[in-house]
Design a protein. Structure first.
Length: 137
């Protein structure tokens, strides 16, 4: 089965934690979090991305990766789900790397992202690689 054909039929999700890199005072978040900034930068860059119609880019209030801010995830039916962390906010190269890696994810029928093929910014920050539901291997 061709990986691209499978990918085209399946909607993909790029999830961005907007609670990442928050400043807290008296139990309340102050100002814009790093995750919110990351989401804004990603949304702007994704407007001209060739796969923008193939991905739902969604905000997530918290991915429980607080010690590894900022965090993003790639997910699609029948594919591995990845959670990446340690992505600096306010760094355009991080946002570009996320879209580059998302393109790689889209092209793979199983979603596997070998370390050697990932952009530099996403080589060290894998927090989770979750197999597709129903996968017995």
């Amino acid at each position: 089965m061709n990986g691209t054909n499978t990918a085209i039929r399946t909607k993909h999700c790029l999830l961005v934690c907007t609670a990442c890199a928050s400043v807290w005072k008296d139990g309340k978040r102050e100002g814009k979090s790093g995750g919110q900034q990351f989401m804004e930068d990603l949304s702007k860059l994704a407007k001209d991305w060739e796969l923008s119609d193939q991905f739902d880019i969604q905000e997530v209030e918290c991915m429980s990766a607080c010690s590894h801010a900022c965090a993003v995830s790639f997910a699609a039916a029948g594919k591995y789900t990845y959670l990446f962390g340690d992505l600096p906010a306010n760094e355009p190269k991080s946002v570009e790397a996320v879209l580059e890696c998302a393109s790689q994810y889209y092209a793979k029928s199983d979603g596997l992202l070998p370390w050697s093929e990932r952009p530099q910014a996403l080589k060290k920050g894998v927090l989770a690689k979750i197999p597709p539901l129903g996968n017995q291997s």
